[in-house]
Design a protein around this ligand. Structure first.
Ligand code: IVH
Length: 670
């Protein structure tokens, strides 16, 4: 083949690969599998290796290549990289909007709302479409040249695409690490006993500041563009929204969490919605940014010191706060597990008052060395239980004592035992221990178990302390008159509870197994047990060997199940429950009913027709397995609205993705 032919093939492959990159990183709509992409990439690599003279720096194979640096050269920003003014309260936002309106002399302003991505600001300089320099923000006037490292970030285009490429454009945006990428990186770091990062921002910054680009290349970094710096006169856009679209058409990834909103009410609305969805957004954010959309108006407003007058960052309340530990209590769980809990001087974290924080287990509390009287940093994320991050040892009062796990259960006085390989210490009191009894009853009543509406912890505690119930079977013997006079109850709520108990009697076999609270038997195992043994009788008489045939059941859990059913006391309670009228439909074993048996599904995003829990139950009733994470074993990913990393992972692994319409059809099929 002639040099010309080879060059043509190389160019064609590069164009194809660039197109696939664009579809994947910018449009989030890949058209080929990973394997196909890899095949093309390998072809290009081989051709370039055979013809080094035809290799160009903008080839997609040339992301890594440069040698490690001794240090990063300093560069000067032609247009300073500004920061943003912050708003922390609705009043701050109202004041910002008022100032903007007054300066412009208008009644209402259209803003472009974006998420405030928690990464680090980067400037990318493109000359005639080629990436020639990438720099950090530094002090805003000059930063560090990190071109080599930025070139390894796959979502940063090495060349711009499309017919209207400006002679010069400086794209600005944020280099970040997705939450999923961050967790994976930390797991790997732990495995190789290397430094774990405190949060995705630190991980992104640390990864970008590696002198060896080969290390950066291995880190899951990504990029979203949110603005521009210097540009040649052939670049035009009237609004900030149009500017982002134009960048997108040139191959720049733009966050999908972007929306034009009208007036300050529109800003509040966007802020609220985004705050509510924060946990679902695949990358860390610490607030939202509002920018006057009209670029002429932006120019009119100009700058004050180091921030534009036309933009503001409305921050979410911090999720970390400092407070003091008033006491350390030890709580006893359903299985007797002892959990140390820090009682805190109440503080507001992210808008919620926090009075307790978990210290997980003995090893954790000793590792962090949390003591009574300590000043601690606490963290609260989403709906998760707040936890103690670390102690500020400088502020430790004199004469504090190290925490010691009690040798006896703080509730029933039984001995505390800790198995050699377990992290948890347990009360050995079993059902003699009131704490374990109460927790077992609460578990039995919980939504995913027997789903007894209205039976909360305060009520169970009262029922137990007044000796109205001693175990779960006693629940079904309760009478309205016994409940009505309890604190915060009355005839109406008592009648509601009786009705809820009645309703709970019609259940499902797997829910019932789960409700029993056998150690090691979670929802998934309960389901497998229900599927394997179609009657309770068979399950309760099964030997260890038979139990071990059930998926997910190993020798330890098999023994725990067997011990549970061997216990006469447990058997008596089960008999009483059945006598009270608890029942379920016999297991559906016909092939039509179980036609999704052996298939694994992952649900992602929101479905319009049903909640995720409902979708899960429907699938399980057809014999399918529903898993939380996508792996090679996944058969289908069901993708609702507003999906994120799971979809990406599915595409990476070549797993079939079906939309809600196809999913509903699949459920309905006969
Ligand atoms: S605009 C002139 N938009 O926040 C405007 N910044 O506090 C300059 N950031 O240094 C920035 N997400 O690192 C803008 N959607 C977004 C952003 C964003 C994150 C960061 C950026 C900047 C800092 C300012």
């Amino acid at each position: 083949m002639s040099v010309d032919d080879n060059n043509k093939r190389i160019e064609k492959l590069r164009a194809l690969i660039n197109e696939h990159n664009y579809r994947y990183h910018v449009l989030d709509d890949p058209s080929v599998s990973d394997a196909e992409y890899d095949r093309l990439f390998k072809q290009l690599l081989e051709l370039e290796r055979a013809h080094p003279e035809l290799t160009t720096p903008d080839s997609p194979t040339q992301r890594i290549g440069a040698k490690p640096l001794a240090s990063f050269p300093e560069i000067k920003h032609e247009v300073p990289m500004l920061s943003l003014e912050n708003a922390f309260t609705p009043e701050d936002m109202l004041a910002f909007d008022r100032r903007v309106r007054e300066r412009l002399g208008v009644d209402e302003v259209v803003y472009l709302a974006e998420t405030k991505i928690d990464g680090l600001a980067i400037s990318l300089l493109y000359e005639h479409g080629a990436l020639i320099r990438a720099a950090t923000r530094g002090d805003g006037t000059s930063g560090e040249d990190v071109t080599q490292n930025v070139r390894t970030i796959r979502s940063v285009p090495l060349t711009l695409r499309g017919p209207e490429i400006p002679a010069l454009i400086e794209v600005r945006g944020e280099v970040y690490m997705s939450k999923a990428g961050f967790h994976k990186l930390n797991q790997e770091q732990q495995k190789i006993e290397s430094k774990v990062f405190a949060n995705p921002r630190n991980a992104a910054a640390g990864s970008l500041r590696q002198l060896d680009p080969a290390i950066t290349a291995k880190r899951p970094l990504a990029f979203y563009a949110y603005g521009i710096g210097q540009f040649s006169t052939d670049f035009m856009a009237d609004t900030h929204a149009a500017l982002l679209q134009q960048l997108k058409s040139m191959g720049m990834p733009i966050s999908p969490e972007t929306k034009t909103v009208t007036g300050v009410d529109g800003c509040f609305d966007f802020y609220r919605r985004t705050a509510n969805r924060r946990a679902q957004i695949p990358y860390e954010i610490d607030g939202v940014v509002f920018k006057v959309n009209d670029r002429r108006l932006q120019e009119q407003l100009g700058f004050i010191s180091r921030a534009p007058r036309w933009a503001i960052a409305y921050k979410f309340p911090p999720q970390e706060t400092v407070t003091t530990v008033l006491a350390i209590d030890v709580q006893v769980g359903r299985t007797g597990a002892l959990t140390p809990v820090a009682r805190l001087d109440p503080v507001s974290v992210g808008g919620v008052t926090v009075t307790n924080a978990t210290l997980h287990n003995e090893d954790e509390i000793l590792r962090k060395d949390v003591r009574m009287g300590d000043t601690v940093v606490i963290h609260r994320a989403g709906d998760v239980i707040p936890e103690v991050v670390r102690v500020i040892t400088d502020r430790r009062p004199a004469k504090t004592a190290k925490f010691v796990m009690p040798a006896h259960c703080p509730v029933c006085g039984s001995a505390v035992k800790r198995e050699a390989e377990e992290a948890v210490a347990r009360c050995s009191g079993g059902l003699y221990c009131p704490a374990q009894c109460i927790q077992a009853i609460l578990h039995f009543a919980s939504r995913r178990a027997m789903d007894i509406d209205g039976l909360g912890d305060k009520l169970v505690e009262q029922l137990f302390q007044r000796q109205l119930i001693a175990n779960v079977a006693d629940l079904y013997g309760l009478a309205i008159e016994q409940i009505a006079y309890l604190d915060r109850m009355g005839t109406k709520s008592a009648a509601n509870l009786i009705a809820a108990l009645e309703k709970s009697k019609a259940t499902e076999f797997d829910r019932f197994i789960y409700a029993l609270g056998i150690r090691g038997v979670g929802e998934a195992t309960a389901r497998n047990l229900a599927m394997h043994f179609d009657t309770l009788e068979k399950l309760s008489q099964a030997g260890v060997e038979e139990l071990e045939r059930v998926p997910d059941v190993g020798p330890v859990i098999a023994n725990q199940i067997k011990n549970f059913f061997d216990e006469k006391h447990n058997q008596a309670i089960i008999d009483r429950l059945l006598a009270a009228g608890i029942h379920w439909a016999p297991s559906a074993t016909s092939t039509t009913a179980q036609r999704l048996r052996g298939k694994t599904f992952v649900l992602t995003g929101t479905l319009a027709a049903m909640t995720r829990d409902e979708a899960k139950h429907r699938l399980q009733s057809l014999g399918a397995k529903v898993s939380n994470s996508v792996s090679r074993k996944t058969d289908y990913v069901v993708s609702g609205e507003e999906t994120g990393s799971k979809l990406r992972k599915a595409r990476e692994l070549g797993v079939a993705v079906i939309d809600e319409k196809s999913f509903l059809k699949l459920l309905e099929e006969k």
